[in-house]
Design a protein around this ligand. Structure first.
Ligand code: ZN
Length: 343
């Protein structure tokens, strides 16, 4: 599944340097975040009549959340370190004014029964129609390796938390309900994804499969308009290909939005074959879903040197800003059209 890619990274760094202004220089973490901007990285200042895009995402704050998780150490399911991480995430989300709850469950794993908990944070909208924004927050268990998972998943968790802060600070009630879900138990307990998987009993994605069943049980599937999954999107040499399992119209909205914000070199058209992730259970239930993931060109995947020096506030900002700017477009997307003309 892992294919190394040795070229292009310098070009990306150069493109970043040329096209993206040094936003956090004006936005240090101990000062209030900059006011929302209508557009980023454009020279056209005549767009003030456009509805504001919520781009007050602060990359340094997301980086702080990533650092905090890494300081807790390796964070596999049911570990004291993951419990500390959970308390930290919950406390932060509550402080943003979101409604926070735990979705607790016990599952049989190759290491015996494990207690797990998804973290759910909601911002109610005018309707009960849902957009889910998600990341896993456990790190992969390694018996003989100190694995702290900076990009997998501290960066996506930090980004999702900062998205939660921005959403919680919105003055107006959103049209749809936004729900952040932090999945437990995404990583396999056995060394490889499929080593211990049985046909109806995979050794991975425990939390997302449990949560997808909950949506079904609570009759929320029909009102779930979309799911956005963040996973390994904080690499300092960020380049996001198109995950082949994702729903095309949803992916297109996010890719176009990223490009409109000036991130053309980040949101590229090459295929990213992931072979399953937390969105899979939702795809199988008919929920439009997209995975923002850089797997094939991230050389530190499941290695001891997936450490904080590999991720950047800038990459988290690029993804966070793009997701936030995409949300109103996703909410406005005409579902009937897709049913008539499925892509
Ligand atoms: Zn992983």
């Amino acid at each position: 599944m892992k294919i190394r890619k040795g070229t292009g990274q310098r070009a990306i760094v150069l493109a970043l340097a040329l096209s993206i202004p040094p936003l956090f220089a004006a936005c240090p973490k101990n000062e209030p975040p900059a006011p929302p901007r209508a557009r980023v990285a454009t020279t056209n200042r005549s767009d003030e009549r456009l509805p504001p895009i919520p781009t007050a995402f602060n990359g340094e704050r997301a980086m702080d959340h990533a650092r905090k998780q890494i300081e807790f150490g390796p964070r596999p399911p049911a570990s004291p370190q993951l419990e500390k991480t959970r308390v930290y995430i919950v406390d932060q989300l509550k402080s943003y004014g979101l409604q926070v709850s735990l979705d607790e469950f016990t599952v049989a794993t190759p290491q015996g029964e494990k207690k797990m908990a998804n973290i759910v944070a909601e911002l109610p909208g005018e309707t009960k129609d849902l957009i889910l924004i998600t990341s896993h927050y456990d790190t992969k268990f390694f018996k003989d390796m100190h694995f702290v998972g900076a990009n997998d998943p501290a960066a996506s968790v930090g980004t999702l938390m900062e998205i939660g802060r921005v959403l919680g600070s919105m003055k107006e009630k959103p049209k749809v309900t936004y729900r952040l879900v932090f999945f437990d138990g995404e990583e396999a307990f056995c060394e490889n994804w499929d080593d211990c998987s049985k046909p109806d009993n995979p050794d991975n994605t425990y939390g997302s499969r449990h949560y997808a069943r909950q949506l079904d049980t609570k009759n929320e599937l029909n009102s779930t308009r979309a799911l956005i999954l963040l996973d390994m999107m904080g690499y300092k040499d960020l380049e996001l290909g198109r995950d082949t399992m994702s729903t095309r119209w949803l992916q297109d909205i996010i890719w176009q939005t990223g490009r409109d914000l000036g991130y053309r070199k980040i949101f590229v058209d090459r295929d990213e074959g992931v072979g399953g992730d937390d969105h899979e259970a939702f795809v199988n239930l008919g929920v439009p879903s997209v995975d923002l993931i850089q797997l094939s060109s991230y050389p530190y995947w499941h290695k001891a040197d997936d450490t904080i020096d590999k991720i950047s506030a800038q990459s988290m900002k690029i993804v966070g800003e793009t997701v936030l700017a995409s949300l109103p477009k996703i909410a406005a997307h005409d579902r009937l059209k897709e049913i008539k003309n499925p892509q």
